[in-house]
Design a protein around this ligand. Structure first.
Ligand SMILES: Nc1ncnc2c1ncn2[C@@H]1O[C@H](COP(=O)(O)OP(=O)(O)OP(=O)(O)O)[C@@H](O)[C@H]1O
Length: 268
């Protein structure tokens, strides 16, 4: 990795803490997949977790996102404990995620995918729908408006009525992000968003992440193996190996740390 690459300034280093993870551990039988991991994500910050395959990154994501109940540790969102809550409850706190492998409703249209994602905001009680109460109709119209706005922002409006499964892979990945954004999250968790993208799409992804935090105020928690993307977009980076944290620091500090170079980045 070239030492000449410039780091972005740590512009968000003073923001309020949004997510706080402390002493997080996750055991699968005899395997301690995550051991004593701690980090904070601040408002509007892009915070990345990197490390070799099997380091425990996705397991941390699954604990934070409500897919695993951690064996021990604290996870606070806005100061409120969320460890062990199921993912739909975690989403109530404004924390949503994408997956390593695209998970869309492939037989539904692009637009329908965004409407389904907002069911929490629309009163889905049967009688409300049957009676088409004013509140229900309003919420439905707003959901449609929000969906159309995000499709437009992400350049997907022309595909609104296409089945999601027929979109090109890069568009499906963008639709996943749109599906998160219609829920108006405060913290967006992206699990290897650049995987399978071509170089041009990676540049667009970087611009998109930057726009989301600047214009829409989200913080981003990122797992990614593409070091050019990670180093270019992150304010701070946590490096993991064998389930344990090696260090947390700015891209420059991480890139030059001998332990990180040995465990993951390799010699330039
Ligand atoms: N549900 C599970 N049951 C048992 N072992 C698991 C489970 N999930 C993960 N592991 C193990 O925990 C360890 C950490 O895996 P994890 O997927 O979190 O790593 P990772 O850093 O995300 O790797 P990658 O970069 O390849 O996605 C690995 O040894 C993995 O085999």
């Amino acid at each position: 990795m070239s030492a000449a690459v410039q780091n972005p300034p740590a512009a968000h280093a003073d923001g309020a803490v949004l997510l706080s993870v402390a002493e997080l551990s996750m055991r699968f039988g005899g395997l301690l997949a995550v051991n004593g991991v701690g980090f904070d994500v601040r408002e509007h910050e892009v915070f990345a977790i990197i490390g070799p395959n099997g380091a425990g990154k996705t397991t941390v994501f699954n604990c934070v996102g409500g897919f695993y109940k951690p064996s021990s540790g604290r996870i606070l969102m806005d100061g409120k404990p969320i460890a062990g809550l199921p993912s739909h409850k975690v989403a109530h706190y404004g924390l949503v995620r994408t997956f390593q492998n695209v998970r869309l409703f492939k037989q539904l249209t692009v637009l329908e995918n965004l409407l389904v994602a907002q069911h929490r905001k629309v009163d889905t009680r049967l009688w409300s729908g049957l009676l088409a109460t004013r509140r229900y109709r309003c919420a439905e119209a707003e959901a449609l408006e929000r969906a159309a706005a995000w499709l437009e922002r992400l350049g997907l409006l022309a595909f609104a009525n296409r089945e999601a499964g027929t979109l090109a892979y890069g568009h499906q990945r963008r639709l996943e992000i749109a599906r998160c954004m219609v829920t108006e999250p405060r913290l967006l968790m992206l699990d290897e968003p650049a995987a399978g993208l071509n170089p041009h799409e990676k540049v667009e992804l970087r611009q998109l992440i930057d726009r989301l935090r600047r214009e829409h105020g989200v913080a981003v928690l990122l797992i990614e193996h593409d070091m050019s993307l990670v180093m270019g977009i992150s304010d701070r980076i946590l490096v993991m190996e064998h389930g344990e944290p090696i260090m947390t620091g700015s891209p420059g500090a991480v890139r030059n740390d001998p332990r990180v170079i040995k465990a993951y980045l390799g010699e330039a």
